[in-house]
Design a protein around this ligand. Sequence first.
Ligand code: HMG
Ligand code: MG
Length: 302
Amino acid sequence: MKLPSRVKIVDVGPRDGLQNEKGHVPAEVKIGLVHRLQDAGVKEIEVTSFVSPKWVPQMADAAEVMAGIQRRPDVRYSVLTPNMKGFEAAVDSKPDEIVVFGAASEAFSQKNINCSIAESIERFAPVVAAARARGIHVRGAISTTVGCPYEGDVKPERVELVARLMKDIGVQHVGVADTIGVGTPRKVQAAMEAALKHYDIDNVSGHFHDTYGQALGNTLACLEMGIWNYDTSSAGLGGCPYAKGATGNVATEDVVYMLHGMDIETGIDLDKLIDAGKYISDFLQRKPNSRASTAILNKRAG
Ligand code: HMG
Ligand code: MG
């Protein structure tokens, strides 16, 4: 066991969380969520995506959302950019970090970004080069690292391949994503090991959707490997439009509750984090999809 003493959380709620919402979420509500997350002490926020509005209508206001945020110097604001068109549109918004997103399964790559894995790397290469030339940090997300909604089980070798391809084009950090939340601890550890063949422990993160209720267990399994970067979603919002039936990322509130209980530092104020999740859940007219949030809100009410 080499548990880290601190963990960095990237709250992906405004992006991964909201991208799948059918109803219109106004830019000011998205901005309100970002503000509440940074007030709670979240130091990295995945704000939005510069993708085709035909593919993901909810992210069509990407520039407006980025422009409306009152930034803090100690917070990193990231955005997804799948190609040069997305990158060029994102640059004016001055993101601190961009995310290129590929997949370990061919079928998911085709469905999500309309190209093969090899083609995706060709598209990402100029994006990565342009970002790095401007001093913008580059993260890569690898989807379907344990299972694919179209191909079933995905082998760790596939993850290793995509991690290597991303490393070759200059991606600085990779997120190992269980897009459909089918992973269990040993499988997720194997996917992580594959990414660790090309990236050091400080530059690999976990991104676990919680469809089968495994995401917290998977997070603990990765903590035991020393992995200290995780993407989580406020109030457990979300899902990917091209992974039907998959639910949101593990709730930030649940991960923070677990980490603080293990004396692992996050810099996050759990009470304020609960308020952020409650704010967006109230707007969406549903309860936060977080057990820790439910418990704490019940306690407050009682
Ligand atoms: P394409 O259709 O292959 O692109 O889409 P194209 O280059 O052929 O262009 C077609 C049209 O799209 C053109 O417009 C382009 O201008 C436009 P038209 O001439 O027809 O009017 N276009 C764009 N518009 C705005 N922004 C852009 C852009 N690029 C082209 N950047 C593309 C390729 C990648 C754009 C498309 O497939 C797409 O937008 N896909 C969306 C994918 C997405 O956002 N998925 C969800 C995020 S990933 C995720 O959730 C997984 C993650 O959380 C990890 C995990 O859990 O696994 C990260
Ligand atoms: Mg995701």
